[in-house]
Design a protein around this ligand. Sequence first.
Ligand code: GCO
Length: 444
Amino acid sequence: ALAARFPADFLFGTATASFQIEGAAQADGRKASIWDAFSHMPGRVKGGDTGDVACDHYHKLEADLDLMTELGVAAYRFSIAWPRILPDGAGAVNETGIGFYDRLLDGLQSRGVKAFATLYHWDLPLALMGRGGWTDRDTARIFADYASLVTARLGDRLDTIVTFNEPWCSVYMGHLMGVHAPGERSIEAAMAALHVTNLAHGLGVQAIRSERPELSVGLVLNPMSVLPASDSAADRGAAERANDFHNGAFFGPVFEGAYPSALLDGCPDLSRNIQPCDLEVINQPLDFWGLNYYTPMRVKDDPSSPFPHAGSAPPVQPEKTDIGWEIEPAGLSHVVKYLYGRYQLPEFFITENGAADNTEVENGAVSDVMRVEYLTSHLGVAADLIAEGYPLKGYFAWSLMDNFEWAEGYSMRFGLIHVDYETQVRTIKQSGHWYTSLLAAHAA
Ligand code: GCO
């Protein structure tokens, strides 16, 4: 059975992010983040959806914690809304905002659920955007102050802390592709944001460690599982460059203290952001890292496009999730093997994995069979990786409940629990019940 393939101390959990679930956008002193601003701009988010109410988790905290108990998860991965506790990004602390996370952590502790916190899951205080946001070097220092504050005030009840969630998305989707906040489309901005984000990670780790040296610190990345469209030398070259651009841009500085030379050559805007000693700061030893995996990236050589000169190639597997992403569990083992072959990495958790399956409630139940199959096949690969000796310590299903799926708004449902956005009624889906049985079998 699947459950028996995971060691006794393997952690099973679920994950969420503040902006995607909390709502209460103006409650108790919270101010706007770049995602509040972006989602309120016409045409940015499908259906004009915003995070104003989301799952109203801010007001439904206790009931949502009880749902975690009902699911039987051993760990919960969530993020802290920076603009809730430091509404202007820096300066005055909003005690009511901290109070929310106090209640969350106390609630997890009393239920025996481990707390995995992320400092930054994309909700930059809007006040900091006025100074350039992630393209402004000062933001890295300000982030470190925020990291110190959280560690000092909440760190005693955290099992782990993570600086950034998927900086690939906040850097490239936010500054190069323009589909996420702040919606910029510029390689110059993206290269500045890349370096400032990496620097903020390094300064953040230092700040956390000086506040609470015993706290386990990590970084959550969404490395691309880059698969060449063919075996030709040209497509394999494209895959290598795509690895440098999408993965090396983060793994290089964080784990080796250097950007890939092909990236420095291919994106000359990067170098001018780098100051002496930055790479030493970025290259902090980490206790663990988190891997988010959904789908592979297939590439073919495309000399006419900008660096990394890699065009996207069509999917190979016929099945897709409702968001249109190819279902390819082998991509998970591919990326893990590639990364552990290429870098010196500490132990890791799968911090996100899941499927958009928009099955609705019918007669009080949600038969999300595709999600169950998706989770089963990917957990099978996770178990194979453990059997092969990779240091995988836990798995977090994305997501605890349906939520604000960024540019897709509420149209894409990733939850183990269904949310009716009209009534805020929660219904545990078939996948949720399936996860509960898996966890029970594992505990036994
Ligand atoms: C993340 C993710 C989540 C998404 C999930 C499905 O990057 O951590 O973007 O916030 O909801 O990946 O797309």
